[in-house]
Design a protein around this ligand. Structure first.
Ligand SMILES: [Zn+2]
Length: 326
């Protein structure tokens, strides 16, 4: 464990960040060394507000099988990505408090939707925080609504919000946004609550090695050889995920040119099976791994039709699906 980020160290930094962010229960404030005490309830409630990719036309909302742009609501309080097309999938009495952005592409990020959602805080990767702040403030001014605080989040540094711990890790995706000479880096999120460890992985072509090591799921890194990896401050001790959501933009089209920045169903299947085989994904009995951000081929297919083509343990998310993932 020497020179690696241990659970204790992770928790200490998450507590410090959470204190700055200000959304944290008294219980977790008084018990920084015990992640299991962040919430007594087990499992993370996930509602898919959108499970499709890129484009969206308002008239598509009439088709119950059409997939909106990808977005999830966690525990009825925290959004990951949000655009205007998903307002109608929010539960009626829901007032989300926090929004985490994976990246700034328009099918994930919309400053006006962020302001209208009423969130108080919005996290983006630190490389584009200044730009996001300006854009969100301008949207708030135009709408005459309060602007959420925009917080730049570095990779590998957890923050606690609403009883869950969020760690941004690098995605394999690319945008053309440059802020003060710095290229935007895009994020996946590890979400932890009690014993639950959920990876929300979109948009990304596969899972980068750095990201896998930050989450403790690179099978190269074992308890017995941890000392070999101590050169990096971002190597987490081996620890399994318990829940898995990943993009499958590419369907099963082998020559899809988006392979550098997106994943296929086969790629997700291979990653899931490899993680299970190596003990780095332990799904509770009967729980599936979900694909989302579905592209052209599956965009309008009912999930039952897609599932006939999916290998176990994959299932296709759909808009409005709510699951509690252990
Ligand atoms: Zn996207």
């Amino acid at each position: 464990m020497k020179n690696t980020i241990s659970r204790r160290k992770f928790l200490a930094s998450s507590t410090a960040l959470a204190a700055v962010a200000g959304c944290m229960t008294d219980k977790s404030a008084s018990a920084p060394a015990a992640v299991q005490e962040m919430s007594a309830e087990s499992g993370i409630r996930v509602r898919f507000l959108g499970s499709g990719s890129a484009s969206w036309k308002p008239e598509w909302a009439k088709n119950p099988h059409m997939r909106r742009q990808s977005s999830v609501l966690l525990e009825n309080k925290v959004l990951i990505d949000f655009t205007t097309c998903s307002f109608d999938k929010l539960p009626k009495d829901c007032h989300p408090e926090v929004l985490f952005q994976t990246h700034s592409h328009g099918d994930h990020y919309n400053p006006k939707a962020a302001v209208k959602s009423g969130v108080k805080r919005m996290y983006v990767q630190e490389t584009w925080a200044d730009a996001a702040r300006q854009e969100v403030n301008a949207a708030a001014m135009e709408l005459s609504l309060p602007a959420p605080e925009v917080i730049g989040l570095p990779f590998g540094k957890p923050v606690v919000e609403c009883g869950m711990r969020f760690t941004g890790v690098p995605a394999n995706h690319s945008t053309s946004r440059v802020t003060d000479g710095t290229l935007e880096r895009t994020s996946l999120y590890l979400v932890e609550k009690g014993a639950s460890r959920l990876l929300y992985a979109t948009d990304t072509g596969g899972i980068m090695g750095d990201a896998a090591r930050m989450m403790g799921i690179d099978p190269h890194v074992k308890e017995k050889n941890l000392s070999r990896y101590t050169a990096s401050p971002y190597v987490h001790e081996p620890q399994a995920l318990t829940a898995f959501i990943m993009e499958a933009t590419n369907g099963d089209i082998d020559d899809d040119f988006r392979i550098f920045v997106h994943s296929s169903v086969q790629a997700v299947s291979r990653i899931v099976n490899m993680l299970i085989k190596n003990g780095r994904l332990v799904l509770p009995q009967g729980q599936h791994a979900y694909i989302t951000h579905l592209g052209i081929k599956y965009r309008s297919w009912p999930s039952e039709k897609i599932e006939k083509e999916l290998p176990e343990p994959l299932r296709a998310a759909y808009d409005g699906l709510e699951v509690v993932l252990g």
